[in-house]
Design a protein around this ligand. Sequence first.
Ligand code: UDX
Length: 449
Amino acid sequence: MDCAKKKQCRLVVFPLPFQGHINPMLQLASILHSRGFLISVIHTHYNCPNPSNYPHFSFHPISDGLSESPHSAPDPVRIIKLINTNCAKPFRQCLEGLISEGDVKCFISDANWYFTHSVATALGLPRIVMRTSSVGAFLAFAALSLLRDKGYLSFSDRDSKMEEAVEEVPPLKVKDMPVLEMYNAEDAYKNIDKMVEETKKASAVIFNTFQELEHPEIGRLTQQLVSPTFAIPFHKCFSAASSSLLAQDMSSISWLDEQPPKSVLYVSFGSVAAMDGGKLHEVAWGLANSGSRFLWAIRPGLVHDTEWLEMLPNGFSEATSGRGIIIKWAPQQEVLSHPSVGGFWTHCGWNSTLESICEGVPMICSPFFGDQLVNARYVSDVWRVGINLHKDLEKGGTENAIRKLMVQRDGEEMRKRAMLLKERIDAGLKMRGSTYRVLDELIDFISSF
Ligand code: UDX
């Protein structure tokens, strides 16, 4: 029965409560809703999405047992572990309630909700996993336990082995291993191992990516997964209402309107990463000394133990007066598609990386942890659309990187390659393009349950 066409089947989605996970899940849900499915969202109170932005979805809060209120530099490893323990029972009760109302076709879980496979199996409901990282990063996570056993994760930053290639996960080097060293390492690796294990048990896995970008990685993935995989760049298929947890400062767009084409470097390090005052100074002096125009989103809490801008170096405002603005949180997709933006200095979270590639914007990569290290390597060495500064910002290195990206020939070459990728993604979105076909296959797959 093709229930999608008859508008009677319900899909239940369960996003992980972090910005970089809520955005892709609600984008995917919006795509599926536009294809005729009814959508129910089960969610935690922690980082609760705003239901009024999605009047056509039904929202079902469950108890998460977290006493803390959301704050701007969370410890994702600890929270993921806690909510996987606390939410199992309330999630099951909520899902049973929805099933008893009828017509639930299947449920789509973030890969990090690793308890959900056993619940879905017990209730006889097909479970599809949505993975928010790139396919390349998933392959690195899947190899992590082997790499750990081989000692790759024990090398320190000072070790001479950091530049060595890791043959199990090309094109990564030892320094690109997706480590989470600032968090509890044992818990981090347990979370990752469970995420990989439970993803492999899903009826299907959906990745927020596109065929042309990760063709070799998708090939390697299909050798590891028995279930079908679907690669769809969500935000390009449906411009969903905002799922932003922080208010986006729209004044940045009017400021961009007044700047020359491709002249502005957009700077943002995502929703979780945090830095110390020394790193903030490197970013600030890089911007000041490069002479570039910039739009800098400094999330409250980005800098440890600060409210907002207290740690900016003295003299920064004077040195950059008239050519840069600082805001708390940007309307990122609009910023990246703005004609005045010529580069993006990013932490390389996967959403940010993909959003930049999709708009043909080259990057400076300052990865902090986990999949960001993997994404940065792909950006610089595989797609060749950015400069990888790695985890540590060398004195003076930031200023040179900004000049290289924004005004020198190397940057121009990267911009051309990024524009080619944008053209390929745009072609895939057209009728009978690759993404269009994959989306049709996904709808057929879900309808076949
Ligand atoms: C986290 C991890 O850091 C990342 O490595 C993983 O891939 C996903 O989860 P996050 O730090 O939130 O991600 O970064 P990212 O994946 O880039 O997602 C951030 C989202 O917030 C993007 O969709 C971006 O458009 C949005 N954003 C970011 C804004 O709307 N405004 C901003 O100012 C900054």
